[in-house]
Design a protein around this ligand. Sequence first.
Ligand code: GYE
Length: 325
Amino acid sequence: MRWMWMVALIALMGCKSENKAPAAEGGTAAAPSAEKKLSVGFSQVGAESAWRTAETKSIRGEAEKRGVDLKFADAQGKQAQQIQALTSFIAQKVDFIVLAPVVETGWEVVLRQAKEANIPVILVDRGIKVSDDSLYTTLIASDFVAEGRMAAEWLAKQTNGKANIYELQGSTGAAPAIDRKKGFEEGIQQYPEMKIVKSQSADFTRAKGKEVMEAFIKSDRDQIQAVYAHNDDMALGAIQALDEAGMKPGEQVTVISVDAVKGAFEAMVAGKLNATVECNPLMGPLVFDTINKLRAGEKVEKFIQSKDQLFEKTSAAQVIGSREY
Ligand code: GYE
């Protein structure tokens, strides 16, 4: 009988040492012990768009599926609330932090605290600017510059390289707004008759998209030939404004945006949106696969890029049924 206790004890000692992986150093991470549920703190930007709510649903749904103790915090678009959430996650000694950073800068202090607490930080969908990139483990996102370029190339073909463009920018200081603008401007550079006549932030929301477009129509009605919106929600607001002004969006005015949410496909089927560049929000499986790799002590890429494609209204009716978000 006594020898049986001995075997159990040795086995227990064996599995204990197995769980302790090397400390966080950018590409790998400490693993929580076997009996403790994996705890993850997720700081989300807010719920400003259909895209954002799809991302939240994907990450929360996957956490539930995998039995993860997910602590979720919605920052309502405010960086201060995200910093508060991260500080609380650190105090709660979570195993991992998942952060969708509302803006690019201002994260050094809190990320240094997470690093000192040996908690790896995974960035989702938006990048940050830091002096020391070991302050986060990896970024899982799309290439926003490439999205902007894709939109520009499509619009150049559609308008034979000649258009007065009105741009609806995303939230000021946010990586997708900065990079989608940069990529688009690079893409139209070679077309001297493609001009961004006016450009203004509409905060990635439908309501602001409508408001800013109404102001563009009031001041420049007859000049408006094309609208480039950094996300579908703003484009849908702009389409409403153009419709109410009797300006036939999708025909008289060419409208292109980014995200490829369901609402955009409905607008394309209705002929009011011409094209949208996909940006996949269904990050849940990739986030937790990456966490599992890190728990197993595996290295992961610093940038894990999701692939995007452009959808046009000509094929929207065939595609809409298969869209997941
Ligand atoms: O395009 C937009 C959301 O960060 C990629 O944020 C995301 C963007 C997305 O508000 O709809």
